[in-house]
Design a protein around this ligand. Sequence first.
Ligand code: SF4
Ligand code: MG
Length: 333
Amino acid sequence: GEKLLEIKDLKKHFKVGRKQILKAVDGISFDIYRGETFGLVGESGCGKSTAGRTILRLYDATEGEVNFEGVNVHDKKSKKDLKIFNRKMQMIFQDPYASLNPRMTVMEIIAEGLDIHDLVKNKTERKERVHELLKTVGLNKEHADRYPHEFSGGQRQRIGVARALAVDPDFIIADEPISALDVSIQAQVVNLLQKLQRERGLTYLFIAHDLSMVKHISDRVGVMYLGNMAEVASSDDIYEEPLHPYTQALLSAIPLPDPEIERSRERIVIEGDVPSPIAPPSGCRFRTRCPHAMDVCAKVVPEWQEYKKDHWVACHLYNDKYNDEYKKRENQG
Ligand code: SF4
Ligand code: MG
């Protein structure tokens, strides 16, 4: 596919207290193709939301690049250029209530972007556009004069979607857009997002905390662990042929629909908690919980490599320089 975004060695560090540094995102690289849904997954605290916000320039990057249509959005830009990125790249938030101003009507919330970006000529057109957008997301024009608290969680998320759509974006980051919703409502919101993608050729970065949530909607998937990217591949490859031990463990935690297979299956249990990103383990950050950890894993940071075509992984098991210990162990059974 054609690259819409190219994320290159992106880092976002935060100062904590006087001396400590939280390396929330610590050097991730991947591409997002035009028209696709890229699912970004990992446990809470792995840096996926921070990555999303840094890609969108809600945070300044500490290091690295986010190239959108070939231009690094983190370079110093003129106000005019920034305004274009601000329009083309939008976000849908996890908590639709917290992200909607409670003192603004739905009309005001959705029209805000139209005004900022001068997308309507007059009040009549503004009103018509908001009514159209409400219809697009499955609400109606009677909703325009109400306030966020008058809506259900699912409806509020639809308002969030309408707000994002108002400025005609190319790229939308959806940060756990359905996690806070009832299960019965989740599918409706996902269906809406997929319909909009088909109709408008949108590109999504869909952030979720587990693989089962992104399975059916993602063309490609990235798995993050403690500020690093562990693996990136097509959805099919991630689910059928996961390379990284962390991905394998995440997958084995998803219940299978067939109870027969489910009972006989071996579960990979990841021991322990996620270490603190302020003092991550040396070498491979997953080594304290990895069932295959070798001596080298404590000493050398695994290289981010394209192990197979379009299948990226950071793990010494896939580097012949380092995997002798593992191969020996495997041969001994
Ligand atoms: Fe496990 Fe080592 Fe691979 Fe890290 S590099 S995932 S510790 S085998
Ligand atoms: Mg988050």
